[in-house]
Write a protein that binds this ligand. Structure first.
Ligand SMILES: [Zn+2]
Length: 486
């Protein structure tokens, strides 16, 4: 989750006279025909040094192609509720170009890694009055893996990416999962043999971490919220409840938050590093550790969810399946088409402008039929979908399946090595949402309150979020079927 946000590097700064964001958008559209409707606007109250009361700082969606944009004059812009950081940022917000600004975090990829034996969490499973409880211990920080940066051929270390021009916080290596730390525990529903009913109403994350990855890093995919209202420097993202959540998987949003693509995460003010996406660097290192072992041919455990289920990798090796066919799991989400409009559980008065393009979580819909057609079409026209090749499917060596809306599955024929009987499991997928955005059951208390307390010391906590989306709002925004705050 992103408690603190700031933009840096490559954002073009415009000063406009406008009485409302809407007027400004209209004016910008008029002046810059290429401006995409999904630009984000904030007014100058988050910018102490900004010149005029109605000046706007704009991120353009074209920022994704920063190499082109850097030809002109661009200014560092801060977009933040983090006062301490803002002060320093505002100094550079004048006329200088941030020296880090050539790093497009979302596009950082690797071509090789220096293998390190993985450091993994440990868990302890106990039965307590009929309930299985799994407790976690270990470091709540990523390993300092070293990788060959594909862009420039240099070896870089994970921890050296933080702080960066968009993420001012160092990774805190002293945070821990166990006693004295987050004290994480889940009710292990998989161990108890509980399979979620497909008619269950899922639980929205509502800024609560989804789970914990096997390397001890918290899986916390939530992004800031579109609010469309006047700025509140202490709580810039929840001042009005729209029901639309920016998705840090979208390159422009990830870059704003310093989410490094290969690593898949960034830090919070506390130094808590967390994953927003499929952590491919960590998984590549983990897979290397299994080369030549029997585990290599088993489903790969990647963590546990806050509601008590294991999380696996999206490819199940052939040797582990009944039919001796590799299984690829994909999500059943697709982008909606056309212009954004009010959706269930969103506020009809605050619909972000523009077309559905993935800027927001709500830009995606669960649509297995459409997803199936999309994958088939990719296999036909490109010969592959993600890492699955059409030839594997054609030869019968592999098959693929779509997951439920929580990005999970239950397969009575699939034995997952950590459990005595077939269990329901979640999957980290290569395709959106990568980390699931819905839980089947209420997340455990320790995930709700130990990692990010209801009222965070810095940045908006869930109380502010719930208050913004409170009961006075007739639209029940963010709350599925009127569920109380949790
Ligand atoms: Zn975050």
């Amino acid at each position: 989750m992103c408690l603190c946000h700031q933009a840096a590097g490559g954002f073009e700064r415009f000063t406009l006279q406008a009485t409302s964001p809407h007027e400004a958008i209209t004016e910008l559209d008029h002046r810059y025909q290429t401006v995409k409707k999904n630009s984000i606007f904030v007014d100058d109250r988050t910018f102490p040094n900004a010149p005029a009361s109605n000046s706007l700082v704009m991120m353009r969606s074209e920022v994704m192609d920063r190499r082109k944009l850097f030809v002109g004059t661009f200014y560092v812009a801060a977009l933040s509720g983090c006062q301490g950081f803002l002060g320093r940022k505002a100094e550079v917000a004048g006329d200088s170009v941030d020296s880090d600004s050539s790093v497009v975090f979302s596009s950082v990829d690797f071509s090789d890694i220096r293998y390190q034996p993985p450091t993994l969490f440990t868990t302890e499973l106990t039965e307590e009055s009929g309930t299985w409880v799994r407790r976690f211990a270990g470091q709540a920080a990523p390993q300092n893996l070293e990788f060959l940066n594909r862009a420039d051929g240099t070896w870089v270390k994970v921890h050296d990416f933080y702080p960066n021009s968009a993420d001012p916080f160092k990774i805190n290596p002293n945070l821990t999962l166990g006693p004295g730390g987050f004290n994480l525990a889940i009710e292990d529903r998989a161990q108890a043999g509980i399979v979620p009913d497909s008619n269950l109403i899922p639980w929205a994350l509502n800024m609560i971490p989804f789970g914990v990855a096997i390397d001890g890093v918290i899986l916390d995919p939530s992004g800031p919220w579109f609010d469309g209202g006047p700025a509140d420097p202490n709580n810039p993202f929840d001042r009005q409840c729209s029901g639309w959540e920016y998705d840090p998987l979208f390159p422009i949003i990830g870059d704003l938050l310093g989410v490094v693509g290969a690593v898949g995460g960034h830090t919070q003010p506390s130094g808590l590093f967390h994953y927003h996406s499929y952590p491919k660097l960590m998984i590549a290192n983990l897979k290397k550790s299994l080369e030549g072992t029997a585990q290599q041919n088993q489903p790969l455990l990647l963590g546990f969810s806050a509601d008590g289920y294991p999380i696996y990798d999206c490819m199940i090796p052939a040797a582990a399946t009944q039919k001796k066919k590799k299984i690829y799991f994909f999500s059943a989400y697709v982008l909606r088409e056309g212009a954004r409009q009010a959706l269930p559980n969103t506020n009809p008065r605050l619909v972000p402008p523009g077309n559905y393009d993935g800027t927001y979580v709500q830009d995606f819909e669960y649509n297995p039929q459409k997803k199936m057609a999309l994958i088939q079409s990719e296999l036909r026209t490109r010969g592959s979908y993600r890492s699955m090749r059409a030839a594997e499917i054609a030869s019968g060596a592999a098959e693929f399946r779509l997951l439920d809306r929580c990005n999970g599955f239950f397969d009575a024929e699939l034995i997952l090595p950590e459990f005595p009987q077939p269990v329901y499991a979640y999957v980290l997928t290569e395709d959106w949402p990568q980390i699931p955005r819905l839980l089947n059951f209420k997340p455990s208390e320790s995930f709700r309150n130990n990692i990010i307390p209801l009222d965070a010391r810095r940045g908006p906590g869930r109380t502010a979020f719930y208050d913004a989306c409170g009961t006075e709002d007739p639209h029940e925004v963010h709350k599925l079927k009127g569920r109380e705050r949790y």
